[in-house]
Design a protein around this ligand. Structure first.
Ligand SMILES: Cc1cc2nc3c(=O)[nH]c(=O)nc-3n(C[C@H](O)[C@H](O)[C@H](O)COP(=O)(O)OP(=O)(O)OC[C@H]3O[C@@H](n4cnc5c(N)ncnc54)[C@H](O)[C@@H]3O)c2cc1C
Length: 402
């Protein structure tokens, strides 16, 4: 690091990452472990993008099996639950022992009226190796009701409190995370000029730059005059509900289609109240409804699936969020992470939070293949600490009284 003039601080790094969601943070940690001097720039707060909206389920590919496509990429996903779990237990590639495991497993349940495709799926070898059918006594308590008639399977896929993961990764590395003003980013001859939130100017000299800014990658690509890769947004409208029940559930309900009818995860708000956070087909179809219609559709769905649930005193909210991912010709959604380099810029999306470890592996492989070796300048300027995002259900404006 040198001071070229009073106003600009030059910083030499091996890798500069833009974006402090799960992808950027996981990659920051892995690159630093491998000896690369890496700095991460964040324009809002850590976790502020899709990561704080994620349901936190570490999928192992069972959903791909449901579509009948057990491909090579879904085999890679199959390792993710055990890699995340090892991190939580303190024996993995990162230390997530300070993160909160919401549930050791999540569940699939079906109503009695199953299509043959779904019955076949439940009977399939893939499902038999990855899941356990539960008897009534082992069900989450809300489903031990006398009127529950469907089938219930436990999947060995953990569910994490996403922002606790963000904090567990970022806290030991916060000196390498710079809060910036995004509009100040400028790409000047292979270097990046940026103003920090505190108003200092920095000029970063790097060997590699990686865009891991989720939906923000589109803006960054345009600022760097890159026309590849192309990003797509998949809008969702998620529903939150609180004030009804004391059960924490983590489950997908399967209906006639291969997409879950509803996916429910449970979280606690800052007052300790249980919030049910609901997505799946409900959230995809929700984008064609106004908020009141979507809340009504959710009430109808819950009354159909869990008729004994008393919804009279429920408080409701609707959250709009886009999934951001690579756009691939001929597909509607990618089923794995993506990483592409164009004009010396790497752009990546994990596609799923669960895949952040696999994406970081791919970054490290790329560094090795290109013979990029850690530099010798280890000096770092000191700067203000990064901020952490809040969960959307902890923001008062998310709740309406539909
Ligand atoms: C409703 C919903 C539920 C989901 N549930 C799950 C789930 O259960 N399991 C799962 O595996 N995946 C899930 N996902 C997918 C998962 O959330 C995403 O794949 C993942 O969080 C993306 O992480 P990311 O780091 O790429 O992007 P983001 O989390 O969006 O982070 C990008 C970061 O970059 C920052 N940024 C943006 N622009 C700039 C800039 N110009 N300069 C500096 N910083 C910038 C943002 O502020 C943000 O902090 C879900 C997604 C949604 C929307």
């Amino acid at each position: 690091m040198t001071n070229t003039d009073a106003l600009t601080i030059d910083v030499n790094v091996d890798v500069l990452i833009i974006g402090g969601g799960i992808a950027g943070l996981w990659t920051l940690a892995r690159l630093q472990q491998a000896g690369y001097k890496t700095v991460l720039l964040e324009s809002q707060a850590l976790g502020a993008g899709q990561t704080r909206f994620a349901q936190g389920i570490i999928h192992g590919g069972t959903k791909y099996a449901l579509t009948g496509k057990l491909t090579a990429s879904s085999e890679a996903v199959a390792d993710m639950p055990s890699r995340w779990r090892a991190c939580f237990e303190g024996s993995g590639e990162l230390d997530l022992s300070q993160a909160e495991l919401l549930s050791d497993a999540h569940y699939l349940w079906s109503t009695t009226s199953l299509t043959s495709r779904i019955s076949g799926f439940f009977a399939s070898k893939v499902m038999r190796s990855r899941s356990t059918e539960l008897d009534k006594k082992s069900l989450p308590s809300i489903f031990q009701h006398k009127d529950f008639k469907g089938q219930f399977y436990r999947l060995d896929e953990p569910v994490f409190n996403t922002l606790s993961v963000v904090r567990a990764i970022a806290e030991p590395r916060k000196k390498s995370i710079l809060p910036i003003k995004q509009e100040s980013l400028e790409h000047i001859g292979g270097q990046l000029s940026v103003r920090s939130k505190q108003g200092e100017n920095y000029l970063f000299h790097y060997q590699k730059i990686i865009f891991m800014a989720g939906e923000g990658n589109e803006y960054l690509l345009s600022r760097f005059s890159c026309d590849r890769p192309v990003m797509q947004r998949r809008p969702l409208k998620m529903v939150v509900m609180r004030g009804v029940q004391n059960d924490m559930i983590y489950a997908h309900c399967l209906g006639a289609s291969v997409n879950p009818r509803i996916t429910i995860t449970s979280h606690r708000d800052t007052e300790g109240a249980i919030v049910w956070y609901m997505g799946g087909q409900l959230a995809e179809e929700g984008v064609n409804k106004n908020d009141a219609e979507l809340v009504q559709a959710t009430k109808d769905e819950l009354s159909d699936l869990i008729p004994w649930l008393e919804l009279k005193h429920a408080e409701w909210g609707v959250l709009k969020i886009n999934r951001a991912e690579i756009k691939k010709p001929g597909t509607t959604r990618p089923d794995s992470f993506s990483i592409e380099e164009s004009n010396n810029v790497i752009t990546a999306w994990p596609t799923k939070m669960a895949l952040a470890p696999a994406l970081a592996d791919a970054v490290l492989t790329k560094m090795n293949n290109e013979n990029i070796v850690p530099g010798t300048d280890l000096s770092m300027p000191g700067w203000a600490e990064p901020e952490y995002a809040d969960f959307p259900w902890d923001e008062a404006e998310c709740w309406s009284d539909q």
